[in-house]
Design a protein around this ligand. Structure first.
Ligand code: ADP
Ligand code: ASP
Ligand code: MG
Length: 439
């Protein structure tokens, strides 16, 4: 079984949706097709939800009306026959009636999450009917029947697998199953989601749950590039990455993959292939257990980082000090990305400031605290980088004109992490492109 995911831009125009239908039809064997919402829809739903929470009803209604118009046009171009256009019309009316119903009630966080889920529900329904119009045998596989997260927002892979097994058995004769990315149920059985960009994660979770042959992630670029193409002009696709390398790149900001995508696939050794819907012949990127060693492969950057420095003379020769510091972050469920220590001080970075003040209050009891917000982690990735001679020299020579706040090397053999002010990020990525990739 293949798991094949198409992102927002791949389904964002009627001709693209038709194109992916042909692509899927050309793939051998059985497949689960995971779709995102049409590009721009989740952003629009976020804006509508925020307006409703702020009780700005005119703004919400206006945005809803524009979105509805967009969908009405979409179905006219997607379906050829009048009868299918009428089906499309019915689908669009039904979803927008639901939006208005949600908006009219008490609009709380729960209704907001329900609203956000509609993008994937409508895209899969439209796509399914397109396949019907083409007389292709397919079935909708509702993600809300099997995809779930626990009270810590972690996907329940075992349960997902247990639920999917019997469902897939009953659908054994169907070659194409269409399901929603991004959406799930939480531990209260409410509609929830896997966070922005979560359709990649859905594909990987399903791939791992059913031990698929392969997970294909189709997007608008020919695979993982060596640098962020939104910031750096000359970038090139990477043919092969190890799971570890791809995982670090996704986690540290390569937007092409949701940060957690690789984790489930890696657990069950299911290869992940990144492909371009606009250029299907391009080889893309294969992510698996295999990969060359001792080379720079790519860099990525993650913004919104806060660095916290704790200076304490009591730390000198004191065992158990770091444990106490880490316990503070643990209590506030705040994960740490980078750490760097000296004899009397420790610097730590976090990407979630929700509990920053409470964390700082507790840390103050240990010593003097310094805080730097608006930092970015630049992550330089390569399998067994430490086997390459002079890696740090090349990196630091490239970044000679950038003030560096923190460095982390040796934590994993695949990554060098460097903390800079976010204002320096674009320059740093461009300098590394010239200095270590010679592009
Ligand atoms: P989708 O809607 O298909 O999920 P995304 O917009 O989430 O697509 O991800 C694809 C985009 O990721 C690309 O268009 C590109 O701008 C961006 N991107 C950022 N870093 C990288 C990278 N290292 N390699 C490839 N694409 C990247
Ligand atoms: N539609 C969701 C988003 O825009 C999920 C995804 O596209 O992966 O974040
Ligand atoms: Mg995405």
């Amino acid at each position: 079984m293949l798991v094949v995911k198409f992102g927002g831009t791949s389904v964002g125009k009627p001709e693209r949706m038709k194109k992916i239908a042909s692509l899927v039809l050309g793939m051998p064997g059985k497949k689960i097709v995971v779709l995102s919402a049409l590009s721009g829809t989740t952003n629009a739903l976020v804006r509508i939800g925020e307006s409703l929470i702020a009780q700005q009803y005119t703004a919400a209604n206006q945005e809803m009306a524009e979105l509805e118009k967009h969908y009405q046009q979409f179905i006219l171009e997607l379906y050829e026959s009048e009868s299918y256009q009428a089906i499309g019309q019915e689908i669009v009316s039904r979803y927008f009636s639901l939006f208005r119903l949600l908006a009219a009630g008490k609009f709380d966080d729960r209704s907001y999450r329900e609203l956000l889920a509609q993008g994937e529900l409508i895209s899969t329904e439209l796509f399914y009917h397109h396949l019907q119009e083409k007389k292709v045998s397919a079935r909708l596989l509702p993600a809300l029947h099997f995809m779930s997260i626990d009270e810590n927002h972690e996907p329940e892979l075992e349960k997902i697998s247990e639920r999917l097994g019997p469902i897939l058995e009953t659908l054994n004769s169907i070659d194409i199953l269409v399901t929603q990315g991004y959406i799930c149920r939480n531990h209260r059985n409410e509609i929830d989601n896997l966070k922005r960009g979560g359709s990649d994660y859905t594909a990987s979770l399903i791939g791992a749950a059913i031990r698929a042959e392969e997970i294909q992630i189709w997007t608008d670029i020919d695979g993982m590039h060596n640098n962020d193409p939104r910031i750096v002009k000359k970038t090139r696709p990477i043919a092969e990455l190890t799971f570890d390398e791809a995982s670090e790149l996704a986690y540290f900001g390569a937007k092409i993959l949701h940060p957690s995508t690789i984790v489930p696939a890696q657990k069950y050794h299911v290869p992940v292939i990144l492909k371009n819907t606009m250029d299907e012949k391009a080889p893309g990127t294969i992510i698996s257990d295999k990969g060359s060693r001792g080379q720079f492969k790519a860099v990525a950057a993650k913004d919104g980082i806060t660095a916290i420095n704790i200076k304490s003379s009591r730390m000198l020769l004191a065992h158990g000090f770091l444990r106490k510091v880490f316990e503070v972050f643990e209590r506030y469920k705040t994960s740490i990305d980078m750490i760097s220590t000296s004899e009397v001080a420790v610097s730590i970075t976090i990407d979630d400031n929700k509990n920053l003040n409470a964390i700082l209050d507790e840390l103050k009891t240990f010593g003097t605290i310094g805080v730097d917000e608006n930092q970015s982690i630049i992550c330089i990735v390569g399998n067994k980088l430490s086997e390459k001679e002079g890696v740090l020299k090349e990196v630091f020579e490239s970044l000679a004109t950038i003030p560096i706040r923190m460095v982390s090397y040796g934590g994993s053999q695949n990554n060098i992490s460097i903390l800079v002010e976010t204002t320096q990020k674009d320059k740093a990525l461009n300098l590394l492109n010239e200095g270590i990739f010679h592009l």
